[in-house]
Design a protein around this ligand. Sequence first.
Ligand SMILES: [Zn+2]
Length: 247
Amino acid sequence: MAGTRRAIEVATTAVRDVVRAVVPVECPGCGALDVRWCDTCAAVWWEPPLRSEQLAPRLDVEGRAPFPVWAPATLAGPAHGFIAAWKDAGRRDLDAVLADAMRRSAAAVAPALAAIPTRLTVVDVPSRPGARRRRGRDLAALLASAAVEGLGDGGLPGVKHRRVVRLAHGEQRGGSARRRWSGMSAAVTSAPVPQGEAVVLVDDVMTTGATLAACLRSLEGRGVPVVGAIVLAVADAGRATATSGLG
Ligand SMILES: [Zn+2]
């Protein structure tokens, strides 16, 4: 048995070495070779989440007060490489890095949300079904679970994750990754959430804000209050500095 196990270990190591030789591992932020990520680039995910809604030209929903969106990173720096590698290049090893970033952000945002006198529920902005199939996993659900844990860490236990938003079928093809990420707009439908719950939306990136705005319109059109969104990264132009408050 020990011999067999040893043989398997040797074979596994050999396969890993071959894979490494063919597909070199590199930091998605700076391209440094032979590290899954470097500390300098990964540090962007340890920044506190900042209010970022003013960066989204299409987030304005007519007749509605400004909608708070928190994000720890901008797409300007290494964050862009991390998210592209995670979403488009199958870097499953980044699941934990990005889920942890969402969890810390949600924990930091929790005190601001605690002022809301209704129960909260986390609603993910789902990936398109085609993207989910291609990736073989559900990144939106991963981020939503992390947000639920983070809200708990931050003093809001028992928040549920509800999958009530749907995007229309069909892939956006062509254009840059960033264009594709932001390419979905009004094709959103939503299901009801239990009465008395208010929604916190969770998404990976916010570029123009069109997707979040579509989710907002759909949910609030049903009478479901949406109190804010937490995303991993936002498009780059100058950032706000306030870290808390809902106003
Ligand atoms: Zn790096």
